[in-house]
Write a protein that binds this ligand. Structure first.
Ligand code: ADP
Ligand code: ZN
Length: 475
């Protein structure tokens, strides 16, 4: 063998070894990196560090007690949730809340993020879940936090298990681990997501993440609390008008408010001011909204006003047509279900669905848009009714095509007709439109006749942003 051949072979061997070794090393590095995150396991955060979110805190307080005294629950054989799902917009304090849960209970906090599992080497995801739980179990009581759970827990295509998929393997490992520890272990798994609608149903079943808590964008009162919390922490002028700032920060998340006050602090430092003053905050405000989808203050104010009338329309017509269904909550702050919203008391599951009820339901859905039209004029209605229109169209189609409730089309199912007679569905279009138009006209009449009442609700909404049943009773 010539010496150059030997050298070449050695070179190739070194090359192969190098690649192999390097790969192994970087995989090892990846694992170490991931493990480090998990080791970050103490939490000094307390519920006092979380402002607003009053209902969510209440719900978590019970879990603190459960972690601290699992025996108490065991005596009654009460099953406490193993998994808590926090869902809502980004920056609303879900991570903070989970940390506070661990901090209040005085137990270690293990945090991972679903997105870390996505580009991971095959098989590592499931292994990592097992390691995580092993560690938590060794610590005894603890809070395991999985951020962005949707990254590993997306709805499965076709609804069946595809064990080959890396995501499925990770998810299955998680579900197995969760059913593997006993109810009185004092371990609670908290997961967070911005998108509960995309989650695999397997995650939401009893014994898994069966306690689901919505973390909402802060309403005016909550924003005042968050503002006060950070203004106090950051050395600010006590002449700052928090009410005014609460108005200015409509549609902000907690994280955006924190960021606003932090930016203001930086400005104050740059100017060598003693304290943060209102000018710092106003200037910081412009910087902060420049980098987000936030509208300018004038647009925000306009948006808030129109949404208030829109929601007032829904709330009023609901009370007017269906007094038996209580309006529990009306809000103009966007939730995971859409822009603003009203919550009706849930009618009994076995409630009889009648033609009259469906018509009322349709009317309530239309009332938002109708109120916009009545108070702002036909040409100034907004896209805020998009979801209402989607729902009412679908209900109206069923009314005519499925339930045989429309008098002119009669007792027929149009899917069957279209199928068997090979005809198009166009013939029912006019019936659907007629139904909608008639009801729309009726709702218009109701709102015009009760203009002052609807306006009163809207004005109160502008002031408070959230109204409860008792507020509406007063009107
Ligand atoms: P999420 O997990 O919902 O995306 P985070 O918990 O990561 O939100 O929030 C980011 C930061 O924003 C927090 O560390 C905190 O500084 C601030 N923050 C958000 N919501 C609140 C709140 N309700 N009270 C106090 N601070 C908040
Ligand atoms: Zn609406």
């Amino acid at each position: 063998m010539e010496s150059y051949q030997v050298i070449a072979i050695i070179g190739v061997l070194i090359f192969i070894y190098f690649i192999f070794f390097r790969n192994k090393k970087s995989a090892q590095k990846e694992i170490n990196k991931l493990n480090e995150v998990e080791y970050n396991s103490t939490s000094n955060t307390k519920f006092n560090d979380v402002a607003g979110n009053y209902e969510a805190k209440e719900s978590l307080l019970e879990i603190v007690d459960f972690i601290k005294k699992p025996d108490k629950y065991k005596r009654f054989n009460a099953r406490m949730p193993k998994g808590v799902l926090l869902y809502g917009a980004p920056g609303t304090g879900k991570t903070l809340m989970a940390k506070a849960l661990a901090g209040e209970a005085g137990v270690p906090f293990y945090a991972v993020s679903g997105s870390d599992f996505v580009q991971i080497y095959a098989g590592l995801g499931a292994g990592r879940i097992r390691t995580l739980f092993k560690k938590a179990k060794k610590a005894g009581k603890s809070v395991i936090f999985i951020d962005e759970i949707d990254a590993i827990g997306k709805k499965r295509v076709g609804g069946n298990m595809r064990g080959s998929d890396e995501g499925d393997r990770t998810l299955n490992a998680l579900l197995t681990e969760m059913s593997g520890f006993s109810d009185d272990s004092g371990i609670v798994v908290v997961a967070a997501t911005n998108r509960i609608d995309t989650l695999d149903n397997a995650l939401l079943r009893p014994g898994r993440f069966d306690r689901q808590i919505e973390i909402m964008l802060p309403d005016r009162n909550a924003r005042k609390d968050i503002l006060n919390l950070y203004l106090e922490k950051r050395n600010s002028d006590d002449k700052i008008d928090v009410d005014k700032l609460a108005d200015l920060t409509v549609y902000f998340s907690g994280a955006m408010i924190e960021n606003l006050i932090n930016e203001a602090a930086l400005l104050a430092i740059r100017e060598s001011s003693e304290k943060i003053n209102i000018n710092h905050i106003e200037n910081a405000y412009l910087n902060v909204i420049a980098g987000t989808e936030q509208k300018n203050p004038t647009d925000n104010k306009r948006q808030k006003e129109i949404t208030s009338y829109h929601e007032a329309g829904h709330a009023f017509v609901s009370r007017y047509l269906m007094p038996e269904n209580k309006v529990i909550r009306v809000s103009i702050i966007p939730t995971s279900k859409g822009a603003g919203g009203y919550t009706l008391s849930t009618p009994g599951e076995n409630e009889v669905v009648t033609k009259a009820k469906i018509k009322k339901q349709l009317s309530v859905l239309m009332a938002g848009r109708v109120a916009e039209e009545v108070f702002f004029g036909k040409d100034n209605v907004t896209i805020g009714a998009q979801n209402d229109i989607e729902r009412s169209t679908s209900i109206a189609i069923d009314y005519v095509a499925k339930y045989g409730m429309d008098e002119s089309t009669g007792f027929v199912n149009f899917n069957v007709m279209a199928d068997k007679l090979n005809m198009s569905l166009n013939s029912i279009e006019s019936s659907i439109k007629k139904l909608i138009d008639e009801l729309y006209f009726e709702v218009m009449h109701i709102i015009e006749k009760n203009r002052d009442k609807v306006e009163e609700i809207a004005k109160l909404l502008i002031e408070k942003e959230v109204l409860y049943e008792s507020d509406l009773n007063n009107i």
